[in-house]
Structures are given as structure tokens and as C-alpha cells.
Design a protein around this ligand. Sequence first.
Ligand code: ZN
Length: 247
Amino acid sequence: MTSWHERDGRIAVLTGAGISTDSGIPDFRGPRGVWTEDPVAELLSTYDNYMADPALRVRSWEARRNNPAWGAEPNPAHLALVDLERAGRALTIVTQNIDRLHQRAGSNPKRVIEIHGNMFDVVCVDCGYTASMAETLDRVGMGEPDPPCPECGGILKADVIMFGQALDHRTLLKATLAAETADIFLAVGTSLQVEPAASLCGRAVAAGAALIIVNAEPTPYDSLATEVVREPIGTALPRLVEQILAH
Ligand code: ZN
């Protein structure tokens, strides 16, 4: 039996918070995760609470100003995926992260699907007005603690999917297509506990892909995996990419 590294078809990579912890961005549910250390912070990410509570929105804008992602740089795991793409492999990255580090590392933005949105854009929940996060945070700094939409006065939020919000239908279709056409499906740094992102693993396997899981903690999909890797992502992913490219 040949090893999965020798498969030469399309590669899909699902990435979660674990790929960015080496860049200084804490994850959510890990031992030192944002929500583990401060359960109230999870409220900030829940759509109904955000819409109903102006004080919570003020706190959210403050949290956005202080988000560690502003000063974060891509790490060797992000760069390994760039190497894979530049070596000519057909690669799609489906990311749960909102930090844009794949694109900043050099991955083709057209091949990165941000299923949970991104933190660099702002959207009005009422009229769909969009602005950059940077300019909106400038408004916060200039004395608007909960800046309203300049077009309609509605509530602004980061262009991210909050708890209680559905994923964008077209984005999810693209991610599903990437999973179902993959020959190798890598799930990296994700606890695979959030649907529908996690079920992409099952779809990929059902369509014939080899599933490789790289995560420190066990996941519900480990039993479906061809290989489960527990070593740190910063060394594991460059090694796996090297093995793939050696064939
Ligand atoms: Zn508006």
C-alpha cells in the first residue's frame, strides 16, 4: 500500500486557531484559550447579545482595538502552505481564522476561503455598508465608543461570523467543493467541534480523500483519519509539506 504522501491530486487544508498560536494569537478552547480564561469574552462573540447590549458593543470595539492579531506575523506553518502552493500543487485553504495570516504569508488570496469572515472589514447589519476596521477603529479612538453606520445609523460589527449567525451560503459551497474534490485533506489546528466546518472532514473522506489531522488534542474525527499528528504545528506542517513535495 502506498503512503498518502504520494497522492498527487488536489489538496485542501482546513485551518483553525491552532495554526496562529505561534504567531501570538491565543486560541479559544485550548488550556490557555480566550474563552477558557475569560468565559465572559464568549458573550462578545454571540450575535444576539451583541445586537441587544450597547455596553457589550463598546467592550467589543475595545477588544478589537487591542486584538493581538494587529501585530501578528505569519509563522513557519503558514509559510509551509505557501511553499506547497508555489511548488505547483493545487491547493485550497479553508480557514476558520479571521486573522488574514495565510494571505499575509503569501498564499494566493483567491485560494483562501475565510468561512468565518475576517476582522479587517466592518459591515452594517442593517444596510450592508462596509468599511475597513482600521478606519472604524479610528472613529472609536476619536470618541465614538460604539460607532453607528454612517449611511443608516445601524449597528456596525466586524465582518466575522458570530455565534448564532449562519455561514455565508456561497462561501460554504466553495469550501464543500474544495473538500469533496480533495485527494488529501489536512485539518490543522482545529478542534473540529464547530459545524459545519468540522463536517468538511467527513465529506472529504466520503469522497475519497486521505484525511490528515494535525492537532494537539483529540478530535471527533480522529477515527476517520489516515494519520493523526500530535506534534506542534510549527514543526509538523513544514515536515508534512516536505514529505508531500518529496514525491
Ligand atoms: Zn447601515
